[in-house]
Ligand binder design. Structure first.
Ligand SMILES: [Zn+2]
Length: 137
């Protein structure tokens, strides 16, 4: 196997891997790479926030666009509505959004600054890195 082929193969593997990476894992790997320490899913805080930067009083939620109804005209998943069982799904999605807003308000009252990373934002890794850098610095 020559060197170029090996390099290319590694590159391909990386691409496939990052494509399948869960949004939360991607955010974690980015902030970890920036050298930040954090705790995950702290049960003592409202909404068990995904990523908690204790000393900085900052919190990152990573939300799926469909489940948390991402309200952005460019987000297809956020506008997507369930095709069947609407009586069940629509109230459930609404409850998710209401709970998200309540959690964020509660965390704010406790002194936390909260940022949400939407699943669709993890498709542009460079932009996501910038967003996280600005939030955490
Ligand atoms: Zn979205």
């Amino acid at each position: 196997m020559d060197r170029l082929t090996a390099t290319r193969r590694t590159e391909n593997m990386r691409r496939i891997k990052s494509k399948g990476m869960k949004p939360e894992m991607m955010v974690r790997s980015i902030v970890h790479g920036m050298g930040y320490r954090y705790r995950l899913h702290r049960p003592d805080l409202p909404g068990k926030p995904d990523i908690v930067f204790g000393p900085r009083w900052k919190i990152v939620f990573v939300h799926g666009c469909f489940w948390h109804s991402h309200r952005n005209p460019d987000c297809v998943d956020g506008r997507r509505k369930p095709k069947s069982n609407l009586d069940y799904w629509l109230p459930k999605l609404t409850r998710n959004s209401v709970r998200d807003a309540e959690n964020e308000a509660d965390l704010g009252r406790l002194g936390w600054t909260v940022m949400t990373v939407w699943e669709c934002e993890t498709r542009d890794r460079q932009r996501l890195i910038e967003k996280l850098r600005l939030f955490l610095q």
